[in-house]
Design a protein around this ligand. Structure first.
Ligand code: ADP
Length: 471
């Protein structure tokens, strides 16, 4: 079952319950209101009729032939019942009774049934007759000569039934129509709202079938959850695309770098196997094969290190480290290289500390110092300096070697980049790329300042965290 249908069904079920409850409430409230109206009408009718009865001792002078009022002989006079007396209105019946309970005027459909019922002034009472409930309201007349006379009003509870029936029928027509409109509207809106999900599915299927990570989900303007989901999905595809592209590039660069030593090894093997060679020629060929094999081995090790660094960037534990001690220890070890008569000196400050991964900082410094030896001049010098100010810590390595041209300074941090002069050397072109990666892993950067023929300064800048900054 589709989400759209599920949502619609849930919505319909909830709405059905609400509408059923509304129907019940409407019926119950209407019933209450109508019953109250019936009782109020009864009261009002009886009260109005009270003023329509008068007592006359003498009615000479009144022409009974033309008179529209009714005259009833009562005691030693007459009762005049005005022609405005409503003995039946809206099924409310009013009748005039003498004190002994004799019906004198008006109508009472329950006259027989209520014959023995005591009068009770100004109180609405109920009586069930033949399964039907009736409201009864008595009123004692108090005017001159009217003492002992009573008006009794009677109305059936069913009097409001017609209105109730109308309300019920109206509700039964209107409420299902509302339910239907809401369900259809809900179904259409759900379809519209869920459209981005269809787009996501289609795009995911297309990527799955063709592996084309350039595909994107078409999203119209909007800021609801599904639009945000589609945008996140697009960002994710973008990142995957970039990651795959980087992977592809790396594989292609790596195979390109490995191809050269491999071709040299193959050529040397063919040369040696082609025909019988002298002892010296075999030794030379094996020497070349050994050098190229070493180069491949270095390249593979560096590549593995680099890939590990990129893949597990989040797995290196950062800890509070005494950088002064770390730098001093690395310099002591590296000074032992003593290649080309180069002297290495170190200024490491006192107890400069930072939250870093010591293993990676060691690698960063080793790579830069190794380069300084590699590209340094005979009997030159390397100066390592660790310093800090209120905002950052700086670790610089200065050499007085061959230097780097301005054009190349941009490129040396790219993977596998090597200047032409250093291609034949022992480098792999991954050292500085690794340095850059380590620097950014720590939230820092690495800068180069160099002049061809004069030397280079590589500086790792590590910004201090706000709590470390000295104000
Ligand atoms: P490599 O293994 O070739 O040294 P790196 O990534 O460490 O690779 O360096 C890239 C290139 O940058 C080197 O081939 C070299 O041309 C240049 N380079 C790096 N460090 C120095 C330096 N201290 N002095 C001069 N050139 C340098």
């Amino acid at each position: 079952m589709s989400i759209r249908l599920k949502i619609t069904l849930w919505f319909a079920a909830a709405l059905f319950i609400v509408i059923a409850m509304t129907y019940a409430v409407i019926l119950s409230v209407s019933r209450e209101v109508i019953q109250k109206t019936v009782r109020d009408t009864l009261l009002e009718t009886v009260e109005n009729n009270v003023d329509e009865i008068e007592y006359y001792k003498d009615i000479t002078g009144i022409d009974l032939n033309t008179e529209t009022d009714h005259f009833i002989i009562y005691k030693d006079g007459y009762l005049e019942v005005d022609d405005d007396f409503l003995d039946e209105v809206n099924e409310v019946y009013t009748a005039l009774y003498s004190s002994d309970g004799t019906l004198m005027y008006g109508e009472n459909p329950l006259a027989m049934e209520l014959a023995g019922m005591e009068f009770s002034d100004s109180v609405v009472r109920t009586r069930t007759v033949g399964g039907e409930l009736f409201y009864i309201f008595d009123r004692e007349l108090t005017g001159p000569g009217l003492g002992g006379l009573w008006l009794r009003g009677v109305v059936s509870e069913l009097q409001g039934n017609l209105q109730m029936h109308e309300i019920s029928v109206l509700s039964l027509i209107i409420l299902p129509v509302i339910l239907l409109v809401a369900i259809v509207g809900g179904y259409l809106i759900a379809g519209r709202m869920l459209r981005p999900i269809n787009n996501i599915t289609e795009t995911a299927n297309m990527i799955g079938r063709g592996g084309d990570l350039k595909q994107r989900i078409e999203v119209k303007k909007g800021n609801d959850e599904l639009h945000r989901l589609a945008e996140s999905f697009n960002e994710m595809i973008g990142r995957l695309d970039a990651a795959f592209e980087a992977e592809r590039q790396f594989t292609s660069d790596a195979s390109h770098e490995l191809r050269t030593p491999m071709s040299v090894i193959m050529a040397q093997c063919e040369y040696s196997l082609d025909e019988t060679r002298t002892q010296e020629e075999y030794q030379n060929a094996l020497g070349v094969i050994k050098r190229q094999g070493r180069k491949m081995s270095r390249l593979i090790n560096d590549m593995l290190d680099f890939v590990r660094l990129e893949r597990h960037s989040g797995c290196y534990a950062m800890e509070k480290t005494n950088l002064s001690e770390l730098v001093s220890s690395v310099c002591q070890d590296m000074a032992l290289i003593g290649e080309k008569g180069i002297k290495l000196s170190c200024i490491q400050g006192d107890n400069i500390t930072a939250c870093v991964c010591p293993e990676l900082i060691n690698r960063l410094l080793t790579n830069i110092i190794s380069n300084a030896y590699r590209y340094g001049n005979e009997n030159g010098s390397i100066k390592v300096e660790l310093s800090e100010d209120e905002n950052c810590i700086r670790l610089s390595v200065a050499d007085d070697g061959i230097g780097i041209s301005e054009d190349e300074q941009e490129l040396i941090f790219n993977r596998f980049y090597q200047s032409d002069s250093s291609r034949s050397g022992v480098g792999t072109g991954l050292g500085l790329a690794m340095v850059k990666e380590i620097a950014s892993l720590h939230g820092g950067s690495v800068e180069v300042n160099s002049e061809l023929g004069k030397g280079s300064v590589f500086t790792f800048v590590l910004p201090k965290k706000p709590e470390q900054q000295v104000k």
